[in-house]
Each structure stands twice: as structure tokens, then as C-alpha cells.
Design a protein around this ligand. Structure first.
Ligand code: SAH
Ligand code: TYD
Length: 397
């Protein structure tokens, strides 16, 4: 039995994905021998409606001087963060207000506040991306958002209007400390606003590749409501987002004990769909196994016909698919990607070479596994010649 990271009570395991490497740990050949692995399994807390990893690497093993994910690697995401910033600004920030971003990465979100009277600061533990942000005039603190680091943003203590984030709160193992840190920074009417991959979307697509070391939690609306309630905070809005294959934006404030009919009915809807119950998690586990069998069958059928297969988008998500389904470079010859930090290296665990995306149009592969399926529109537009040449995009979904 494992323990819930919020209640500390025993909770049942629902899926075991087996041995996994660090999802973003793209590596050189010389480092294959010392590659780190852990057992990746998830449990579900019915009390908290919360799906969570049982074991994971230490945050410093994942977020350090060489983090290879850059928010700005997608044009669509750049626009998304511009719209997100404008929305936060117009709805929740006053003149001369203060905003903190957690996981500010290369500054894609915060840069939208540069030419305004809003005072900003970002907490970003990964040095390489934090430095890019600093070069672009973002006030980026190269450290984790945690109680021990609040002194690094002294001017924001008790005065912050908004603490915002995206794809980062689910990365924080100690959510209780996270909420206490928010409590110290926020002013009386302050808001916590973040968007994260949504459990309901993952269930409906069987997109189990959302589960990897960094995603310690996959949140439901019910889980966010319950977790924050424990600490006198209240979920006041939840807004679906199309990003990352289906996310949810949450708005939270200090408890005012007002009835919120929207949240009430969203939680009811999750009940009906079994998103907040153990049954939903167990059903998802069964679907993951079926999805794995189907993918292995399909991909070996293609291979037996002598067709060539490559991957497109060396995502963290691909690490889960490739390692769970045990697919190596004998099947998927290489993965094309735009990221300089990944090109020339090998994929975690299965060691498939990562190649510059510019070479994709030069060599023909009958099938391309779109690991960055959440960027389908952007990538298919960019590589529109591929279909005309007779190529086919495939995914596990
Ligand atoms: N918000 C960006 C980046 C997401 S990747 C986007 O949505 O594109 C997650 C980022 O959070 C990484 O840059 C990582 O270094 C950072 N991070 C991880 N744990 C953190 C913590 N405890 N505090 C602040 N940032 C953290
Ligand atoms: P994303 O789904 O954001 O990654 P993750 O699963 O790690 O959260 O995909 C980002 C990866 O996809 C990154 O390695 C860059 C790559 N990519 C391309 O190669 N071409 C593109 O046009 C886009 C948008 C992304």
C-alpha cells in the first residue's frame, strides 16, 4: 500500500508502468551506463479524488542546470501565454499590482508584463531556462518556490495579488508546503491561478503518456477543491483549456464561505463520470493495458510489412510510451525535434537517436509517430509536404 501525499492515509495502486528513466533525461551515449531508473506506478486517493505517483526522482534530479523543455518551443503556446497573461491582467490585477509566476521557465508568460506597471517575479529552479528569461529582462529567481526561499522575493511577501503558473503545480511533491508558501505571499484578496493537465481529459483520451516523473499529480476539479479547502482556500473557477491535450485553469482565493454554483455543478459532473472515484482510476488502468497491446500490435504489423517508422517530437510524454511499451530504435529509428538541447542525444531509457527536425523532409519515413500530438495542428502545418509524399501520422491515441 502507498500513502496519499495529502492525507498520509493508505491508498491503492491502480497502474504499474514498470521501470522508467527521467522523462526529460535525454542523454549522450557515454552516459547510458549510469542512467537513473525508478519504478513508475500510480495510486488513487478517493478521499482527495487525486491520482498520484508513488515514487519519483528528487526534484533537483529533474529541474537543474540543463532542463531541456522551453515554453517558447511552440508558437501556439507563445500565443496561449499571451492570452493567459492578458486575461489575468484584466481580471485580477490592479494598477501597480504584483504577480509571481511559479515555473516561469524561459519567461514566455511574464514577458507580457514587461511594458506595464505590474511588478513581476518568477521562481524557476532550472538554471538554463532561468538565464534565458533574465537575458530577456525577466526578474527570474533561479530557485524553487518554497518557504525557505520567500526571502528572495521580500517585496512580494503579503503583498502579492496573483500567484500564477502553468504545468508546474502538478510537479510539486509537497503541495501542503506549496499552499503555505502561497499564503505567505498573497495579500488578503490575492488569487492563486494555475492550469494543469486535466484528469478527465486524460481518462477520455487514454492519454496515459501524461503520467511521467514530473507529473506527480494529475488533478481533477474535485481534487483541487478538496486540497485547498483543507487550508482555508476556496476554488472559485475552473475553465477548460485545449492546451497539452486538455488542461484545466483553476482560480483560488481565501475562503469566503460563499456558495459557488458553478464549482458545485462541475464537481457533480465529475461524480457522474467517475472522475473522482476509485472506479474511474481502475477503469483507466485497464484501458492503459489495452492501449499498450493495441499499439504494440499495430506497430509490429507496420514493421513486418517492411515500412520505416520515425517519431516526431521528443516529448517527456514519449518517454512513458516508449518505455511502457518497450519500443526501441529497431522499431522507431529516430525522433525528430526542434530542441537544440535534445538534438544529437538519445531518448531516455530506450535510447532512440534525436535528430534535427530540419532533416525530416530529407529522408522519407512511411509512418511518423507524433509524440507531440498536443501540437498536431502546428506540426502538421509545418510539415504539410509529408502527407503529400504519402507519409502517415500515427499516435497511440
Ligand atoms: N510554465 C511553463 C513551464 C512548464 S515546465 C509552461 O507551461 O510551459 C515546468 C517548469 O517548472 C520547469 O521550468 C521547472 O524547472 C519548473 N519547476 C519545477 N518545480 C518547481 C518549483 N517547485 N517551483 C518553481 N518552479 C518549478
Ligand atoms: P510538449 O508536448 O510541449 O512536451 P512535453 O511532453 O515534454 O510537455 O512538446 C514539446 C516538444 O516537441 C519539444 O521537444 C519540442 C517539440 N516540438 C517540435 O519538434 N516541433 C514543433 O513544431 C513543436 C511545437 C514542438
Amino acid at each position: 500500500m502507498h500513502k496519499c501525499k495529502i492525507t498520509n492515509k493508505k491508498i491503492p495502486e491502480v497502474i504499474n508502468f514498470g521501470k522508467m528513466p527521467i522523462a526529460n533525461g535525454f542523454l549522450k551515449k557515454k552516459d547510458f551506463k549510469k542512467e537513473f531508473f525508478y519504478n513508475m506506478s500510480v495510486s488513487f486517493s478517493e478521499e482527495m479524488s487525486l491520482l498520484q505517483l508513488n515514487e519519483h526522482p528528487k526534484p533537483t534530479a529533474m529541474f537543474n542546470k540543463n532542463y531541456p523543455f522551453f515554453t517558447s518551443s511552440s508558437e501556439f503556446m507563445k500565443k496561449h501565454f499571451e492570452r493567459y497573461a492578458n486575461w489575468v491582467n484584466s481580471k485580477y490585477l490592479k494598477n501597480n499590482g504584483k504577480i509571481i509566476e511559479i515555473g516561469s521557465n524561459d519567461g514566455t508568460f511574464l514577458k507580457n508584463f514587461l511594458n506595464s506597471n505590474i511588478d513581476h517575479i518568477g521562481f524557476e529552479p532550472s538554471k538554463n531556462v532561468s538565464q534565458i528569461a533574465k537575458k530577456n529582462k525577466i526578474n527570474s529567481i533561479n530557485d524553487f518556490f518554497s518557504i525557505k526561499n520567500i526571502g528572495k522575493a521580500e517585496n512580494f511577501i503579503g503583498k502579492t495579488d496573483v500567484i500564477s503558473g502553468a504545468n508546474v503545480v502538478c510537479h510539486i511533491p509537497n503541495l501542503i508546503e506549496f499552499i503555505k508558501t502561497c499564503d505567505l505571499f498573497l495579500n488578503k484578496n490575492g488569487k492563486i491561478i494555475f492550469e494543469e493537465p486535466y484528469l478527465g481529459s486524460m481518462y477520455s483520451k487514454t492519454s496515459y503518456d501524461q503520467i511521467y516523473d514530473e507529473h506527480i499529480f494529475i488533478f481533477s476539479i474535485s481534487s483541487i477543491y478538496k486540497i485547498f479547502k483543507e487550508f482555508d482556500f476556496e476554488l472559485i473557477d475552473a475553465i477548460p483549456q485545449i492546451t497539452h491535450g486538455g488542461s484545466m485553469r483553476y482560480v483560488i482565493e481565501r475562503k469566503k464561505n460563499k456558495t459557488n454554483n458553478k464549482i458545485k455543478s462541475l464537481i457533480e459532473r465529475e461524480k457522474i463520470k467517475n472522475i473522482n472515484s476509485l472506479k474511474g482510476a481502475i477503469d483507466f488502468g485497464v484501458k492503459c493495458k489495452l492501449s499498450k497491446e493495441k499499439l504494440i500490435n499495430n506497430i509490429y504489423k507496420i514493421k513486418k510489412r517492411g515500412r520505416k517508422i520515425c517519431g516526431y517530437g521528443a516529448t517527456s510524454k514519449s518517454t512513458t510510451i516508449l518505455n511502457y511499451c518497450n519500443i526501441g530504435s529497431d522499431v522507431i529509428e529516430c525522433i525528430f525535434d526542434t530542441t537544440q538541447n535534445k538534438i544529437g542525444k538519445y531518448s531516455p531509457g530506450m535510447h532512440i537517436p534525436i535528430i534535427n527536425y530540419k532533416k525530416f523532409s530529407k529522408e522519407f519515413f512511411d509512418y511518423s509517430f507524433l509524440f507531440a500530438w498536443n501540437h498536431k495542428k502546428e506540426i502538421e502545418k509545418k510539415e504539410s509536404k509529408y502527407l503529400k509524399k504519402g507519409g502517415k501520422w500515427i499516435t497511440h491515441l
